[in-house]
Each structure stands twice: as structure tokens, then as C-alpha cells.
Unconditional design. Structure first.
Length: 392
């Protein structure tokens, strides 16, 4: 198969270190965390000590100042063992990145060292009950009152919601200004008026805490603003390609892993006097999935290269996210079928992978949104403006 060329020897040494940590500190306990609906804070501290959080944070803010591939290695190794509980990606790839990109010097010095060490857990507060993909429609408001902003509203489906210490919160500071009225704030979870709702029970990813969050007259100073007032929507748009790339990395990794599980299982499982892998149907299903998995991986790795060069186009990110997400879901469905009844048992990793997979068509932008982005670029300049008719 096509050899991956984006990782250096240093990255692969890091992968071995990450793999050992996961095998020791996560794999033996993950099933219990699924029952608990949350991972313990102690894991975050251990991960911080091992250098697995916020790998790209600059040394001046307590990080190691490494390239993005070190974070990619962490995510890939978690997904290879089905460890969907630890919300490291939200913390490192999104929250820390927002703070590094848009935060003041004071905000960076206060939060980033704590996040690197796992002492402060980050979360992203954007989705609302009535505003998912349409972030311009959020209703959480931040109203200036003297020398403070008063925040009221609600968020939902917030990963790390039960554990978070700091939240990158999307608000409306000008309800009449549309996208230009969106402003981001860093909100501490110990502020008066900050309330966590119940830990939501999900179809999959059961060990990752996911919450409703409520904001009742929370007062924050202007120094908690992340970037400039009214620039929040533009800031979020600049980070969407990175978020969608991370989803593509996840789906490409899980797809490969599930195919390997299934090849191993069908080679050993006997039916009608031969292994399941001896049947032509099994070979054809897995061969087809394998070929497309290789193509998805090559394209995803190319997108990683483009991202690291500062050249990842939002449309390319949307294509990577769309194709890998759909292949991910198709693969776990077809592979579970080859496990037969055992594939439906929660003790088998394929069952967990099946349950965890469905969110990938929604998280980071739904498949329908990805198609809209791609089609809009395809037809740019091709479609003539429509003229409204006065006739009824």
C-alpha cells in the first residue's frame, strides 16, 4: 500500500510513547468510563505530564512548540483503540488554538500553561438548541453594562462540558448585525451564573462528557473578550478547516482500523467448513473498503500537508470531511455485518465503533453543509443572478 510520508522518525518515536501511555492509562479503564459517562480529571493531569496536550503551544506559554503532526499522532492513537472518551481534540486542537490565535498576551499566559499541564480543561461553546450549523442564529447574548458584559443564554452538545474550566463562548453582542454581531469570550466555569446541565446520554462516545450549559446573568470584564468585538463569526470561520481536517483524520484512522479488525476476525471465524474470509463476498466487501480507505488516507494526508503550509482551502477541508465521514459510517456498518451476531455485542470493539461513528456525519458541520460548500464553489461564476418576476 502507499507509504505515508508526512511523519519523520521523531514523529514515529513520539507515536510509540503515546501508544504506551494509552495502553497503560486509558485502554484498561475505558469501559468503566463509558459506564460513568466521563473520564477522570486525573487522566488529564497524567496526559499533561506526558506532553500529550496542546503539543503545538509555544514554549513561552508552557508548551513544546511542536508541529501539528505531534497532535495528529495523539488523535490517531486514541482512535485506533476506540478511546473516544478523552476530549483531548476539543481541548488542544480547538480551544488552545483559539487562544493562541486570538487571545491577548494576558489570556495566553494565564490559560495556555494550565491547559498544557491538564490543570485547566477547555471546551467550545457554540451550538445552541436552535442553532447548530447556522452559527449566525445563536441567541446567547452579551450585553455591555458599565465596565462589564452580562451574558445570558444556553448551549447544548458541549464536549468536555462537565469537566471544563474555561469555555470559548460564542455570543451576540449586537443582535441586529447578523454575523458581524457575534463576539467570542473566555468564560470561566466558576463564575456566578454558570450552570452545567445534565451529562447527556448519547448513542455513542459514551465516555466523553457532553452537556447543556446555562448562563444566567454572568458578568465578565472586557478583558475576557477573545479578539475584537463583532469579529467572532470571522474568527470561527478561520478555524473551521482545521476542525474539519481533524474529523477527516479521525474517520480515515477508524476506517483503516475497523477493516483490520474485520480481516483478522473473518480469517479466524469458521462457517460451513471454511473461514468467513474464504467467501468471495467477504473478500469483495473488504477489498472495496480497503481501496477507498487508501484513497481517503492519501487525500487526508495531503490536506494535513496543506494545512501545515497555511494553504488548506475550506472547500478541500469540506471534501475531506465529507468523503471520509461517509466512508467511516459505511465501513463500520459493513464490517459489523461480517462479525454477525457477535458484532452487535457491546463487548466487541466493532459494536462500540459502530455507535461512535454516527456523529461524524454531523460534528464539525453536517454532510449537507459540506455538500453546499463544495457546490457553491463549483457553480461560482457559472450561474446567472436570478431576476424576480413581477408576474404572479
Amino acid at each position: 500500500m502507499i507509504k505515508r510520508l508526512i511523519f519523520s522518525d521523531e514523529h514515529e518515536m513520539w507515536r510509540e510513547s503515546v501508544r504506551r501511555f494509552i495502553e497503560k492509562e486509558i485502554v484498561p479503564f475505558h469501559a468503566q468510563w463509558e459506564e460513568d459517562g466521563i473520564v477522570p480529571r486525573e487522566l488529564w493531569l497524567k496526559a499533561g505530564e506526558a506532553g500529550m496536550l496542546c503539543c503545538t503551544v509555544a514554549e513561552e506559554y508552557g508548551g513544546m512548540g511542536l508541529d501539528y503532526l505531534f497532535d495528529v499522532v495523539v488523535y490517531e492513537e486514541l482512535w485506533r483503540v476506540g478511546a473516544s472518551g478523552p476530549g483531548f481534540l476539543i481541548h488542544s486542537d480547538l480551544v488552545a488554538t483559539y487562544i493562541q490565535s486570538f487571545g491577548s498576551e494576558e489570556q495566553k499566559k494565564h490559560w495556555l500553561p494550565k491547559m498544557v499541564r491538564g490543570e485547566a480543561i477547555g471546551s467550545l461553546g457554540m451550538t445552541e438548541p436552535h442553532a447548530g450549523s447556522d452559527l449566525k442564529a445563536i441567541r446567547t447574548r452579551a450585553v455591555r453594562d458599565g465596565n462589564e458584559f452580562v451574558i445570558n443564554g444556553q448551549k447544548v452538545f458541549i464536549s468536555n462540558g462537565q469537566l471544563c474550566d474555561v469555555l470559548v463562548l460564542a455570543t451576540k453582542t449586537d443582535s441586529a448585525a447578523g454575523a458581524k454581531g457575534v463576539t467570542l469570550f473566555l468564560v470561566e466555569s466558576d463564575r456566578e451564573g454558570f450552570t452545567r446541565g445534565k451529562n447527556l446520554e448519547k448513542l455513542g462516545m459514551k465516555a466523553q462528557d457532553t452537556s447543556e450549559l446555562f448562563f444566567d446573568n454572568i458578568r465578565v470584564p472586557p478583558s475576557n473578550m477573545l479578539g475584537e468585538e463583532g469579529r467572532g463569526f470571522a474568527q470561527m470561520m478561520t478555524k473551521l478547516p482545521q476542525e474539519r481536517l481533524a474529523q477527516a483524520v479521525r474517520s480515515a484512522t477508524v476506517t483503516e482500523t475497523v477493516i483490520e479488525w474485520t480481516a483478522d476476525y473473518t480469517a479466524e471465524r469458521m462457517a460451513f467448513g471454511q473461514s468467513i474470509a474464504d467467501f468471495q463476498n467477504t473478500q469483495f466487501v473488504l477489498a472495496d473498503l480497503k481501496a477507498r480507505a487508501v484513497m481517503a488516507r492519501v487525500f487526508t494526508d495531503k490536506c494535513i500537508e496543506l494545512f501545515m503550509a497555511g494553504e488548506l482551502d475550506p472547500v478541500d477541508a469540506a471534501m475531506a470531511k465529507m468523503v471520509t465521514s461517509e466512508l467511516h459510517c459505511e465501513t463500520v456498518d459493513k464490517c459489523l455485518q461480517l462479525f454477525g451476531g457477535w458484532g452487535y455485542m457491546w463487548d466487541y470493539p466493532i459494536a462500540r465503533a459502530y455507535a461512535d461513528a454516527r456523529i461524524v456525519k454531523i460534528a464539525g458541520g453536517s454532510i449537507e453543509i459540506m455538500k453546499t460548500i463544495i457546490a457553491r464553489e463549483m457553480f461560482k461564476g457559472r450561474l446567472k443572478p436570478r431576476i424576480k418576476s413581477d408576474q404572479s
